[in-house]
Design a protein around this ligand. Structure first.
Ligand SMILES: O=c1[nH]cnc2c1ncn2[C@@H]1O[C@H](COP(=O)(O)OP(=O)(O)O)[C@@H](O)[C@H]1O
Ligand SMILES: [Ca+2]
Length: 446
């Protein structure tokens, strides 16, 4: 199925329910087929599997506490027969903004946002299953950036909310997720849901996740050379469905889209931001405004007198990106799924369709960045950061990770490749919107 995505250098940009992999780790088939030594065995205890065949519906409540928002996923699984794999029947999703880290100095208020979301689960899960339904919260880069003390008091308050709920609270149910797990979860979700982990001919795709505060890159190296050249802590081995996978994965803290804005503005790690005005050539000349991130208020604006536009902006962004990331040679000829802010900004600028997702080259982001940055007045109805965000995405992909621009490949976009790839990303999107049907992809005939 994913053959359609293997045209070198193309990226399918789509929304992704990566927390699904975490919820799947609660299933009996996962626990019996996946190595018990695996890192995610602790997320849900083995007794969470359906015990008797009649009681074949079960639930899992998963919180994704991201740097920009907190999301609840209430998954319903059905085990139709003991010998079959449980199936994901549905998902209820809700989110709130801002994320927990915005409540760094008011942990109780932060936990209150989690409680409001958890109340949804009380309505969604039948009362007789409450005690058997695990509730888990994994925080990502927003909390990683806080001091240990502030992060822990937030987690403690959330844990209290969980303890007061009628659900099952596993031992390590509220914690900060390690960045490399985050990358692996996304990779498993994409490749598992598209059938790449169970079949004979596995054609896995890499994943690129651009969050608010961190960014992850994950792929399965095909060449020995890559393994040799990669720093040890960028490689993680695990066993799944009787295969061993040695993945390249890394999470870059501070390289998420919102954290990058601060770095570009020179506002990252500045002690007293109060009263300071941070300016950039990536912003509309006359702009002066305020922006809140991670519970801090920043004043920012355009280069009133100086230059603005794509070129000066790119130079500014380069300082933040160039030479800061490991560049594995192998990715230049590989396919990647890109999501989160890659997807959001591609949709915002009509590079891809909101519903279908789509396939892009790195240069598509670059072209759009030029168009937006050199005509900022035309785009002033959307976010003032649009130019900066697009330039950052371009620079991160090209100069950060070392992806090729793929100028030559532009012409090899046959109708078939584009159509098939669109179908695949559509399937991914359909999964996100609760349907696990892949009929369209299987019958793809362009
Ligand atoms: O369940 C999801 N599926 C797909 N994208 C998601 C989901 N949850 C959050 N996102 C995307 O993640 C981005 C925000 O990143 P987040 O707040 O998770 O920061 P972080 O990962 O750096 O902590 C946004 O683009 C948002 O749309
Ligand atoms: Ca995230």
């Amino acid at each position: 199925m994913l053959n359609c995505l293997r045209s070198p250098g193309k990226m399918a940009v789509s929304r992704l329910p990566f927390f699904l992999a975490l919820a799947f780790s609660s299933l009996s088939f996962v626990l019996s087929h996946w190595n018990r030594e695996m890192w995610f065995q602790d997320f849900f205890p083995p007794n969470m599997c359906p015990i008797n065949a009649k009681d074949n519906t079960f639930y899992g409540i998963m919180f994704d506490a991201g740097s920009t928002g907190t999301r609840i996923h209430i998954y319903t699984f059905v085990q139709k027969s003991p010998e079959n794999l449980p199936e994901l029947e549905g998902e209820i999703f809700e989110s709130v903004k801002p994320g927990l880290s915005a409540y760094a100095d008011q942990p109780e208020k932060g936990a209150e946002t989690v409680k409001r979301l958890l109340d949804m689960a009380i309505d969604a899960v039948p009362p007789h299953l409450w005690k058997k339904t695990p509730v888990v919260l994994k925080a990502t880069a927003g909390l990683r950036l806080l001091s240990e003390e502030k992060a822990q008091s937030l987690l403690l308050e959330v844990r209290e909310v969980f303890e007061e709920s009628p659900f099952l609270v596993p031992e390590d149910s509220v914690s900060i997720m390690d960045g490399s797990y985050e990358g692996i979860l996304a990779w498993i979700t994409v490749n598992f849901l598209t059938g790449q982990l169970s079949g004979q001919n596995q054609h896995t795709v890499g994943t690129l996740d651009l969050g608010g505060a961190s960014t992850q890159i994950t792929f399965l190296p095909r060449f020995e050379e890559t393994l040799k050249e990669t720093p040890g802590d960028f490689l993680t081995s695990f066993e799944m469905f009787n295969s061993t996978y040695k993945l390249y994965t890394h999470s870059y803290l501070g390289f998420g889209l919102k954290a990058a804005r601060l770095a570009i503005l020179g506002a990252l790690n500045v002690e007293a931001v109060d009263g300071q005005m941070f300016r950039s050539s990536c912003l509309p000349k006359q702009l002066e405004a305020e922006w809140h991130f991670g519970g801090v208020k920043y004043q920012y604006g355009g280069n009133k007198e100086g230059e603005t536009g794509f070129k000066p902006c790119y130079l500014e962004v380069l300082k933040v990106v160039k030479g800061k990331l490991h560049q594995p040679d192998e990715i230049r000829g590989s396919s990647f799924y890109a999501f989160s802010y890659y997807y959001d900004r591609a949709v915002d600028t009509n590079l891809i369709d909101y519903e279908k997702g789509g396939v892009l080259e790195v240069r598509d982001f670059e072209r759009k960045a030029e168009e937006v940055c050199d005509n900022m007045e035309k785009y002033n109805s959307s976010s003032p950061f649009l130019c900066m965000d697009l330039v950052y995405i371009t620079a991160l992909l090209k100069e950060g990770f070392g992806f090729r621009d793929n100028t030559l490949l532009q012409h090899s976009w046959t109708h078939e490749v584009v159509c098939a790839a669109l179908h695949c990303s559509e399937v991914i999107f359909n999964i996100y919107s609760k349907s696990l049907q892949c009929a369209q992809c299987r019958s793809c005939s362009c």
